[in-house]
Design a protein around this ligand. Structure first.
Ligand code: BJW
Length: 242
């Protein structure tokens, strides 16, 4: 793909690049996007209906098992050229703020520094009511419990209706306001407050580049669109500014 020279100029001259990633960035690693159907036992369930505290309290074992399946899945995948290109970009631009909605740890596995994880980390587990972190547990016929308080364990991710970590979301909004260019990559731009970040960038007059093979609610407002998979486009973009 030939990349618009204005995009190349923007990235070459930017002092601060802010980036928001979503599930699409990990799609080429073999991780299903959030709104793709998960296969197997869960194919009849809408993921957005499982990612709530209400779903967990109604059927804790089913939700626990869904996350256990996904934890196993991400243990078997590796970062793709899109993740690696973002690591390379970090060494090219003076300042880069990487904000992710992903809970799979693939940016960190690729070598990105200081990733702002808005929706938590699938590999971490804490108890439901008291937030005690637990590093070892046994899989049994029921949801494992906290050794400190006996409460049920849950994945350390942010479900619908729950607050995002304050420092991460505040730093992300500050970066959107401060950056010279904002990249929204592989996100359906449906879930707030993350979906408000590119809008915040635009509000401050900062150009937004969207990278996605599909249209999203952001597409019409984005300053530039690069239509295609991030595992192809990001390495091309980095090569073009190097
Ligand atoms: C590719 C590709 C390739 C494919 N290359 N691209 C304001 C307005 C309206 C609603 C709200 C609002 N503020 C808050 C809300 C409520 C709610 C919300 O946003 N609801 C909307 C659905 C309407 N938000 C919340 O509840 C948040 N909390 C909150 O705001 O607290 C304050 C509050 C509390 C109570 C009431 C009100 C406010 C919390 C949101 C937590 C989201 N959690 C999840 C689950 C995490 C754990 C887990 O993984 O199980 O996070 S939901 C899910 O969606 C997950 C994702 O991080 C998130 C975003 O999804 P993402 O990453 O965009 O993935 P997809 O699958 O949607 O899209 C993939 C994209 O990739 C597609 O576009 C493809 O085309 C593309 N793609 N291949 C590049 N190769």
């Amino acid at each position: 793909m030939s990349i618009n020279p204005e995009i190349i100029h923007l990235l070459k001259t930017a002092q601060h690049v802010a980036i928001l990633t979503g599930a699409g960035v990990s799609a080429e690693s073999g991780v299903p996007t959030f709104r793709d159907a998960f296969s197997g036992l869960w194919e009849d369930f809408d993921p957005t209906e499982l990612a709530t505290p209400e779903a967990f309290l109604a059927n804790p074992k089913m939700v626990w098992d869904w996350y256990a399946m996904r934890r196993t899945m991400i243990g078997e995948v590796a970062p793709n050229p899109g993740h690696h290109a973002l690591v390379a970009l970090e060494s090219i631009v003076p300042k880069l703020t990487l904000i992710t909605q992903n809970v799979d740890g693939l940016h960190q596995a690729a070598g990105s520094q200081a990733v702002l994880c808005l929706h938590g980390n699938l590999q971490r587990v804490r108890c439901f009511s008291n937030g005690h972190y637990v590093t070892e547990w046994a899989e049994t016929d029921s949801v494992p419990v906290c050794p400190t308080c006996g409460d049920m364990l849950r994945p350390d991710v942010v479900w619908f209706g729950e607050n995002l970590p304050v420092l991460e979301i505040e730093t992300a909004f500050a970066a959107a306001a401060d950056c010279d260019v904002f990249l929204a990559i592989g996100t359906s731009a449906l879930v707030h407050p993350a979906a408000s970040l590119p809008i915040e960038a635009l509000k401050h007059g900062n150009p937004v580049i969207e990278i996605n093979p599909e249209e999203t609610p952001l597409t019409r407002s984005a300053t530039y669109q690069l239509n295609g998979p991030s595992g192809v486009i990001l390495p091309e973009l980095v090569a073009a500014i190097t």
